[in-house]
Design a protein. Structure first.
Length: 135
């Protein structure tokens, strides 16, 4: 459901599908083109730096989802830029995390409310639907 947390495994499966749909090839093939030899599409996500872990049942924070989506999208579309959004609750995040959050917000893949992004909250079905619609 929209307000239910999305397990990391489901997030990874959706990103794998989105990449295949947009690139016309698998994540494994993309990793192989970069010289990696992943054992599976999930392993390829880690090797490409899209996610740090594919542990099935753990949750994924909105911040980590934003970085993953940005990394995957940028891999396929190359060199995209975005204006930096200054969310009140994103102090202390790295420049890369802030840029990734700004990027996914500017592309409508993830949304913030009242100048808040809730970076540490687990992503929900609503987030995932929005990402998949706009990826």
């Amino acid at each position: 459901g929209d307000n239910e947390n999305v397990p990391r495994g489901a997030f990874c499966d959706n990103i794998i599908s989105a990449i295949r749909s947009k690139a016309g090839k698998s994540v494994t093939e993309l990793a192989q083109e970069k010289g990696d030899q992943p054992t599976s599409d999930s392993d390829a996500l880690v090797k490409l730096g899209i996610v740090t872990s594919t542990a099935e049942n753990s949750l994924i924070s909105r911040k980590e989802a934003a970085v993953a989506v940005y990394t995957a999208h940028n891999l396929l579309t190359g060199g995209n830029s975005s204006a930096l959004h200054n969310f009140k609750d994103c102090d202390g995040l790295s420049d890369e995390e802030l840029f990734a959050i700004s990027y996914v917000v500017s592309y409508g893949m993830m949304l913030g409310d009242d100048n808040l992004f809730d970076p540490y909250v687990a992503m929900t079905g609503r987030d995932l639907n929005s990402i998949m619609r706009n990826f």
